[in-house]
Design a binder for this molecule. Structure first.
Ligand code: CA
Ligand code: CA
Length: 130
């Protein structure tokens, strides 16, 4: 059975449908503990985002992405960390949609995402200030 067709309730709006799919994709790879370890993240990227992120020809990219996503540094990617990443990718795709391809390189997209991530997730020295 095709797992892409098993989930959706009838009568959802497009946005609710999209949110449901976001959750379903996360749960498919995160499994019982509801968190993505590095292997599960790799599997998700390879299956769901292979056109955007190539971790096969660039194995270091997986480590870097894992470090960037794991905002609370507990070694796994939880739903909030995953959601933020998907949201940022969506923002980038939206920007690309409105920008001529030759003026917005993949490298620039990634740098833009890193800037956003640093704003959301300051270095550890700036946390724990209470
Ligand atoms: Ca897991
Ligand atoms: Ca984490």
């Amino acid at each position: 059975m095709d797992d892409k067709t098993t989930v959706i309730g009838v009568g959802l709006s497009k946005l609710q449908f999209a949110m449901q799919i976001l959750m379903d994709v996360f749960h498919k790879y995160a499994k019982e503990d509801d968190k993505l370890n590095k292997g599960e993240l790799k599997c998700l990227l390879k299956t769901e985002l292979k056109e955007l992120i190539d971790t096969d020809s660039n194995p270091q990219a997986l480590d870097e992405l894992m470090a960037e996503l794991d905002c609370n540094q507990d070694g796994v990617v939880d739903f909030m960390e995953y959601s933020f990443y998907v949201a940022m990718l969506t923002v980038l795709l939206h920007a690309v949609k409105h920008t001529p391809p030759e003026s917005f390189s993949t490298q620039e997209q990634h740098e833009h995402w890193q800037e956003q991530q640093q704003q959301r997730c300051p270095p550890p020295t700036q946390q724990q200030q209470q």
